[in-house]
Design a protein around this ligand. Structure first.
Ligand SMILES: Cc1cc2nc3c(=O)[nH]c(=O)nc-3n(C[C@H](O)[C@H](O)[C@H](O)COP(=O)(O)OP(=O)(O)OC[C@H]3O[C@@H](n4cnc5c(N)ncnc54)[C@H](O)[C@@H]3O)c2cc1C
Length: 416
């Protein structure tokens, strides 16, 4: 069984950025996962799909210059502000990976458990390894949230937006889409464009849309609404610039803030593809769901005591977001999961993204409860890559301690 210093699980923007920084610091590591799989799955479901973030706010990070999203898009004549296509972002991520992290191993991690002071890892190709440190960078995988009221419907009738692999598969079908966030609004638009008959079910009394950013803002607009990777405004700017400060705020305040920040809203470029294009039911809550003659019968409660009504559709798609929950990390042993201290249901992390289980780190959306909303987005990958690679670098004493513990181990590594 091979013994390594650091194992990174997940080869999306966070895992790839960390690997690039560890390599620059000559920290031995291996990284597992199919590069950019989360994004290629979205792109392959079809239709015109765009990032909600700006091009400059969707960079993968490496200390080597020349690998920003705009560095990829510019010479190819692609959009360098907004909106940037998700297919294009996936290609950018793979290009970044091929140039900066070619040693990615495209295998799944099936199991992680504690082994003494280290971790035992089983891979989908049958290999077993031991790692002194594990960094979990698996993004939103496994955290799709489907409201309990839909659990009575079979899986072919009710799915989460993340489980839709082809919008054209719904052609000619009646589909209820639940939600008013970007995923739900985009799913409704893509369904209509693919020839389905979607209807949007929205609990709120209106849909929020965010406006297009001006390309040439005036002085007042730049001062009052500064632009950053998280969007426009002073709050977004502060969260982008000072994630370390956010981590020092009392935990109770942090969790409340993370839960309420960034309410459900749609991107400006989606608005014309939804409004006036399909039925939108505002102020409705699904209170019951049953299968009737292979269709989904939804009981809807209407706002303002207007009573209830039934809607029968061929499929229901829940655009109800994600619930980050350590308990749902099924590839991590039950024993290890129960040892991880939580903030809400997310891991409680130190200033170096380390959990209460020493040697176990979490980056990406799993770290947002500790470090703020920045880490729900690609733009947080630079900060975490810098902080975690510094923590794991020889100067921090980690590598020296690791060599002392395993003196016969070859220093050679595919990632050095
Ligand atoms: C529809 C949608 C649109 C979004 N749009 C934006 C946007 O415009 N801008 C933005 O910044 N953010 C956006 N996000 C948020 C986005 O998910 C995160 O910003 C980003 O993906 C985080 O990167 P990551 O590397 O942490 O996770 P991911 O990109 O999800 O990468 C994690 C990888 O780990 C892999 N993995 C999971 N389990 C294992 C395992 N056991 N072994 C090996 N590999 C594993 C997954 O397959 C995945 O490829 C969007 C999210 C959704 C759902």
């Amino acid at each position: 069984m091979s013994h390594i210093a650091v194992a990174i699980i997940g080869a999306g923007p966070y895992g790839l950025s960390l690997a690039a920084h560890l390599s620059a610091r000559r920290v031995e590591h291996r990284i597992f996962g199919h590069p950019m799989r989360f994004w290629s799955d979205i792109a392959e479901a079809g239709g015109q799909r765009y990032l909600k973030s700006f091009c400059f706010g969707t960079n993968l990070s490496t200390p080597v210059p020349g690998y920003s999203f705009a560095d990829y898009n510019g010479p190819r004549g692609l959009e360098t502000f907004e909106p940037c296509s998700i297919a294009n972002f996936t290609e950018y991520g793979r290009w970044f990976q091929q140039h900066n992290v070619p040693w990615v191993e495209p295998v799944e991690v099936e199991h992680v458990d504690r082994q003494g002071e280290s971790f035992a890892i089983s891979l989908s190709n049958g290999e077993r390894i031991v790692a002194d440190r594990v960094v979990i960078a698996t993004g939103l995988s496994g955290f799709a949230y489907v409201p309990a009221v839909l659990s009575s419907l079979p899986a072919d009738l009710a799915v989460h937006t993340s489980a839709v692999t082809s919008f054209t598969a719904f052609k000619g079908r009646d589909v209820a889409v639940i939600g008013a966030g970007q995923s739900a609004l985009e799913a409704a638009a893509l369904l209509r464009e693919a020839g389905a008959r979607p209807q949007l079910l929205v609990r709120e009394s209106s849909i929020r849309w965010h406006d297009r950013s001006s390309l040439e803002p005036g002085l007042w607009e730049r001062l009052r609404w500064p632009i950053s990777g998280l969007g426009r405004g002073l709050k977004a700017k502060a969260l982008t610039e000072f994630p370390g400060a956010f981590h020092r705020v009392p935990a109770r305040w942090r969790t409340r803030f993370v839960k309420s920040h960034l309410p459900a809203e749609g991107a400006w470029w989606l608005r014309d593809r939804v409004e006036g294009q399909l039925p939108i039911h505002l102020g409705v809550t699904v209170v019951d769901a049953r299968e009737v003659s292979s269709r989904g019968a939804l009981e809807l409660r209407l706002a303002s005591d207007a009573g209830e009504r039934q809607l029968v559709v061929d499929h229901v798609i829940a655009g109800s977001g994600y619930d980050i929950d350590v308990g749902r990390l099924t590839f991590v042993s039950q024993h290890l999961r129960s040892a991880i201290e939580r903030l809400g249901r997310a891991p409680k992390l130190s200033a170096s993204f380390e959990a209460s289980v020493s040697g176990l780190h979490f980056i990406g959306p799993l770290s947002a409860m500790s470090f703020g909303p920045l880490f729900r987005f690609v733009t947080g990958s630079e900060y975490s890559a810098r902080v975690v690679s510094t923590r794991l670098s020889p100067r921090s004493g980690f590598l020296a301690a690791q060599k002392k513990a395993h003196p016969r181990q070859s220093p050679a590594s595919r990632a050095l």
